[in-house]
Design a binder for this molecule. Structure first.
Ligand SMILES: C[S@@+](CC[C@H](N)C(=O)[O-])C[C@H]1O[C@@H](n2cnc3c(N)ncnc32)[C@H](O)[C@@H]1O
Length: 338
């Protein structure tokens, strides 16, 4: 199996992609009213900087969401019918001109997705415990003026049109384990930022999400060989998760400095893909070992039993070779051996 991965420097408000050309969008935009993104938003629309300087938080917030709204319209255009948009976003708290307030990004993005014609689906609350220094905002231990600490973000989910039915054989290979389904399709995910080789470099500066987030979403909402778009590409976590999952990908990123430094081979994509697939199989085997009765079906490609018929044809991808092309990378995949 071969997949293609493209990264483009550009503004996602205008995507150089044909209509109905991607099956899934996985992304995390800059969060409106989080200070680290003020400059990015102001570069895209200078009136935002003016509104902030005037102490007009509401005007800045609206203009920031106007930029994101133009991207959501493009997302709707390039998704195939039945394609899914999975958008990680957190709310913001901020004091502007002396007034502390919550800026409810998740609610505004959800409304914007509806406005461009996507259908909202039940979302995931991603609980990401804050470090203790950020735990408490307020005045000692007496009421009533302290604020609740935000320790969660959202994964908003929306679909274009109705259900879709991908190719049967690819769908069978892309099945997930029954116990993964239970965990992945629950509405609260407790995922901490992991610390490994991926976390070197600019990841902190760009608010990168943990690899597990796009990896789960890609395996939940697409089949092998399909294309995943990330219009706010950052450090390329979505591309790495697509490579590790046997999906093609397209990334768009406005900051050329981030795109230029990306090297999936140096990051260790072969190892990451193999270890991710190995960990899935090992976790499944210990799930089976812990059951009183062995599950009812035999997997076709691995020496293990599985709970449902659909899991029998499941195959876990690996990355065998990565070749640089004019526009990105071509990946040759194999399958995890037993
Ligand atoms: C929250 S970060 C994404 C982080 C990414 N998920 C990762 O794991 O590295 C948002 C990214 O969107 C980029 N960005 C902001 N506005 C953009 C636009 N209009 N078009 C394309 N990229 C944009 C920013 O430069 C930033 O890298």
């Amino acid at each position: 199996m071969r997949t293609d991965h493209q990264v483009v420097v550009g503004d996602a408000r205008s995507l150089a992609l044909p209509d109905e050309s991607v099956e899934l969008v996985v992304t995390s935009p800059p969060y409106p009213m989080i200070e680290m993104w003020d400059e990015t938003f102001t570069d895209l629309d200078p009136t935002i900087g003016e509104a902030l300087a005037d102490g007009d938080g509401d005007r800045a917030y609206e203009a920031m969401h106007e930029i994101l709204g133009a991207v959501w319209a493009e997302v709707e255009r390039v998704l195939v019918s039945g394609g899914i948009a999975a958008i990680n976003v957190g709310d913001a708290t901020r004091t502007v001109d002396g007034d502390f307030s919550l800026y409810p990004n998740h609610a505004t993005v959800l409304r914007a997705l509806e406005a461009v014609g996507l259908t909202p689906l039940p979302d995931v609350l991603w609980r990401k415990p804050a470090n203790s220094a950020a735990k408490f905002m307020g005045s000692g231990t007496s009421p009533p003026n302290a604020y609740v600490t935000l320790e969660h973000e959202y994964i908003l989910l929306a679909r274009k049109g109705g259900l879709r039915r991908p190719d049967r054989e690819r769908r069978a290979r892309s099945a997930y384990f029954w116990e993964e389904r239970d965990r992945w399709f629950s509405d609260v995910w407790e995922i901490r930022g992991e610390r490994h080789a991926l976390d070197a470099g600019p990841r902190e500066r760009t608010g990168a999400f943990p690899f597990a987030i796009p990896h789960r979403l890609i395996n939940m909402y697409s089949v092998q060989g399909e294309t995943v778009l990330d219009p706010f590409w950052g450090t390329g976590t979505t591309t790495l998760a697509a490579m590790a999952s046997g999906r093609s990908s397209v990334g768009v990123e406005v900051d050329p400095g981030l795109v230029g430094g990306f090297d999936p081979v140096a990051i260790g994509i072969e190892t990451l893909a193999r270890e991710t697939s190995q960990a899935r199989l090992a976790a499944h085997r210990s799930f089976v070992a812990d059951r009183d009765e062995p599950p009812g079906y035999e997997a076709a490609h691995y020496d293990t039993r599985v709970i449902t018929k659909q899991e029998r044809g499941l195959r876990l991808p690996t990355v065998e070779t990565v070749t640089e092309t004019d526009t990105g990378w071509q990946v040759e995949h194999g399958w995890l051996a037993d």
